[in-house]
Design a protein around this ligand. Structure first.
Ligand SMILES: NC(=O)c1ccc[n+]([C@@H]2O[C@H](COP(=O)([O-])OP(=O)(O)OC[C@H]3O[C@@H](n4cnc5c(N)ncnc54)[C@H](OP(=O)(O)O)[C@@H]3O)[C@@H](O)[C@H]2O)c1
Length: 349
């Protein structure tokens, strides 16, 4: 079949529409993936609703995909046809995007899915994990400008931060769940996070030592934090990144350290001091500053998943193939709790 189906965002703020598209041919260093599962991310509904990030239309969105290798390009030895893989796509990158039935992927940013994971579980990993990683880790001594930690999959990284506290806002988000798991691998403790308490048990399973109610007022939260650890935090990851959480988190940060935030920095000018930084990660491993850490992660990812050191998010499958993504994005825009919405593009009628 030389054709496939893709979900197009037809124009800025416009409707989505499933259309027929050409199937791609993998070039050097690339593979063609038959997409069995594509996860939905908040950025996908925001691109449509807010008219951000994508300027060329019609556009295919979707950053997370899992499926089988359909064809390999020149120079590929790591993968063969029918291998089960997961990979990430840059935002709005037509040929690589996941809201279609086939996409191109770069071998060095693709990992085999171990037998203990399904396609839908595999699809929950790429963007959430990349967001956690690009906020926390660097393998070239803080070239990125993030927290500058040594990744746990690098030599000397596992357990390196034993006895150090970490604070994570929004532990039940997809991103937050990967931050908790990486923090555990890095040896952090206590690992403190905020969430709805119904999610506490799952977050503790992932590695959180303390789950604090996201709904308590900030002054009470500060009192609770002081009871757990009186020192300012050297590592804080804000996966909520509202102005409220960012300003609060910045106040809790120790001098000489960096607050990682998932949305643009909103720390008030009057609070800013030179010895404390705030860093908004852009979680694409296709950016030059992130590529090295991304390639390093993907070279070890299959083993980390096989070992259970990184667990996928819980999944809710969105019915209706590519068409179903439209309703799925509406649902996501209203908010989900501790679950990733995933579509199955091959089910498209
Ligand atoms: N910078 C980047 O490159 C990048 C990349 C990916 C994502 N992001 C952004 O990161 C954020 C998280 O993305 P995601 O996919 O992980 O989202 P998600 O899974 O859809 O987030 C939903 C979760 O957020 C939690 N939450 C919401 N408000 C909270 C608050 N005030 N305190 C504590 N928890 C709160 C909820 O927790 P409970 O269920 O426990 O209430 C819910 O489980 C989004 O804004 C997204 O756009 C940025």
């Amino acid at each position: 079949m030389a054709e496939q189906k893709a979900l197009y965002l037809t124009s800025k703020h416009g409707p989505f529409e499933v259309r027929t598209a050409a199937k791609y041919k993998p070039g050097s260093g690339q593979i063609l993936v038959k997409i069995e599962a594509a996860a939905l991310n908040p950025v996908d509904w925001r691109i449509q609703a807010w008219g951000i990030l994508v300027e060329k239309f019609p556009a295919i969105l979707g950053e997370d995909l899992a499926g089988t290798v359909e064809e390999v390009g020149e120079g590929i030895t790591k993968f063969k046809k029918d291998d089960r893989v997961l990979t990430c796509a840059p935002i709005g990158a037509g040929t690589q995007a996941s809201f279609q039935q086939y996409a191109l992927a770069y071998a060095e940013l693709t990992a085999k899915i171990p037998a203990n994971l399904s396609f839908v579980e595999g699809a929950t990993i790429p963007l959430g994990l990349a967001t956690a990683v690009t906020g926390l880790y660097d393998i070239e001594d803080s070239v990125i400008g993030n927290c500058g930690l040594l990744p746990p999959w690098e030599e000397g990284g596992r357990g390196k931060y034993k006895g150090q506290a970490i604070l994570i806002f929004g532990g039940a988000s997809s991103v937050g769940q990967y931050v908790i798991q990486l923090a555990k691998l890095s040896g952090f403790g206590p690992i403190i996070t905020t969430a709805s308490l119904r999610n506490a048990e799952w977050l503790q399973k992932l590695g959180a030592t303390h789950v604090l109610d996201r709904n308590i007022p900030l002054d009470m939260l500060e009192t609770e934090l002081k009871k757990i650890t009186p020192e300012p935090f050297k590592v804080i990851y804000d996966a909520v990144a509202s102005p409220e959480t960012q300003n609060f988190a910045y106040g809790l940060l120790a001098p000489g350290h960096t607050l990682a935030v998932v949305m643009p920095v909103a720390v008030k000018e009057e609070l800013k001091v030179p010895e404390k930084k705030a860093y908004w990660m852009v979680a694409s491993f296709f950016l030059p500053q992130n590529r090295k850490v991304g390639v390093s992660l993907y070279s070890k990812l299959t083993a980390l998943l096989e070992e259970g050191a990184i667990k996928p998010n819980s999944v809710e499958v969105v019915p209706g193939g590519l068409e179903g993504i439209v309703a799925g994005l509406q649902k996501l825009s209203k908010g989900v709790s501790c679950v990733k919405l995933v579509a199955r593009p091959q089910e498209t009628k």
